[in-house]
Design a binder for this molecule. Structure first.
Ligand code: DI6
Ligand code: FE
Length: 401
């Protein structure tokens, strides 16, 4: 079944550039793009449907390539306490911080986690997202990590969005392993990852490489097992200090290294050589009032692909809009609106290992796109959130919510 979409301009985002086609048309056949180009050259044919996009700007569907959408409770109470002067250390000593989200996530049923995550995910979808990555990492034992990953899979079945599920068991040390980080890593490697992978719940493996989380040596043990299981890896690296986790990630051909405020030029060289995408997370930078900027110059100079994501999580980035992240990437990191949009389309797809099928509007790729009623593509990074008038198409079907 062929469909013609016309009366629009397209920012195809091919090669991570706007790659604009003015007065364009697109032909979709089922879930794929069969033809795209100037309307005057559109193939004539017997179309089952013809859509007038009313002068919209069409872009690829937005891709949020780093989220922790599934979690129990939230930490707005801690946010308020901190602003009233209670220190982070005091909050943590009273069982707050990440530990409180682990408790709430463990206490929640799968259906409860699904219901709360669905609301957050719908916010992202209303903003034009058609693909999202969702991490585990607040369960921290086999049963609870499985519960989180099952919720991620169910969200992808229930909502019009492609979900990639990432196992982040090495996110934090669970209380029952206090002072026994190596033993927890061993448990992840011998029990959790093999079981979760065998159940088909894992598309990629992630870890938090940081002095207050896991060391590069511990992360490498997890990466080795992921490699044996045939799973690609990603890494939270260089968020608070420089441990060169991003270089370690590059050695394992990681899809991405994420955060990166404290990375060095040598890390950028290693990532460029490996094709590892730099996923920058301006929401966490903003929420933590970080002052160390990611090394934009080094990333650009060495040709590292840069993606932008929400990092949606209850502790450091309660961000429900990818477009707001595009704005922050521009204002905080001085990215151009074109770079930012590439970061939430083509480069985000590459950060999920989906770069050949998603992320740009080209013949043979999946027909996931948004027709925005805007004046120019820069509008997507310009408005601070809010709702833009638009139509969202996924797999060739209008799924506007
Ligand atoms: N980096 C972060 O910013 C979050 N996780 C991570 O690895 C924090 C998660 C939380 O505080 O709940
Ligand atoms: Fe994260």
């Amino acid at each position: 079944m062929k469909t013609l979409w016309q009366h629009c301009h397209v920012a195809t985002m091919a090669q991570g550039r706007y790659s604009i086609i003015e007065d364009a048309a697109m032909v979709t056949a089922g879930s794929l793009i069969e033809w795209i180009g100037p309307r005057s050259q559109a193939p004539t044919g017997d179309y089952a449907q013809v859509h007038d996009l009313q002068g919209a700007w069409v872009t690829p569907g937005l891709i949020d390539c780093h989220t922790h959408t599934v979690f129990g409770g939230n930490r707005s109470g801690e946010f308020e306490q901190r602003l009233e002067g209670v220190s982070y250390a005091d909050i943590a000593a009273k069982g707050g911080g990440i530990a409180s989200t682990v408790r709430a996530t463990r206490a929640a049923t799968e259906d409860e986690l699904f219901a709360s995550a669905e609301k957050r995910l719908r916010s992202l979808l209303r903003d034009g997202v058609t693909t999202v990555e969702i991490k585990s990492g607040y369960g921290l034992d086999l049963a609870n990590e499985r519960k989180m990953l099952r919720v991620a899979r169910r969200l992808g079945e229930a909502l019009p969005v492609s979900v990639r599920a990432t196992c982040l068991a090495a996110h934090a040390l669970p209380p029952e392993y206090k002072d026994r980080a190596d033993a927890y890593i061993e448990h992840i490697c011998t029990e959790m990852l093999p079981a979760l992978a065998a159940e088909g719940l894992v598309d990629a493996v992630d870890a938090f490489c940081e002095y207050l989380a896991f060391s590069p040596e511990q992360v490498e043990r997890v990466f080795k097992v992921a490699q044996q299981l045939g799973l690609p890896v990603k890494l939270h690296a260089e968020q608070l200090s420089s441990l060169h986790g991003s270089s370690l990630a590059a050695r394992y051909q990681a899809l991405s290294a994420d955060h990166l405020e404290f990375m060095t030029e040598d890390d950028a060289i290693a990532m460029a050589a490996a094709g590892t995408v730099a996923v920058l997370l301006p929401g966490a930078f903003y929420f933590l009032r970080e002052t160390q900027l990611p090394p934009m110059e080094a990333l650009r100079k060495h040709g590292v692909k840069i993606a932008i994501a929400s990092d949606l999580n209850p502790g450091t980035s309660p961000a429900l809009s990818v477009r707001l992240m595009l704005n922050m990437a521009c204002t905080l990191f001085r990215m151009t609106p074109e770079e930012a949009l590439a970061g939430a389309t083509q480069h985000a797809a590459t950060a999920l290992g989906m770069g050949d099928t998603h992320g740009s509007l080209e013949v043979g790729k999946v027909a996931d796109f948004v027709a925005w009623q805007i004046d120019r593509p820069a509008d997507l990074a310009y408005w601070l959130g809010g709702e833009l008038d638009k139509r969202v198409v996924r797999h060739g079907v209008d799924v506007t919510v």
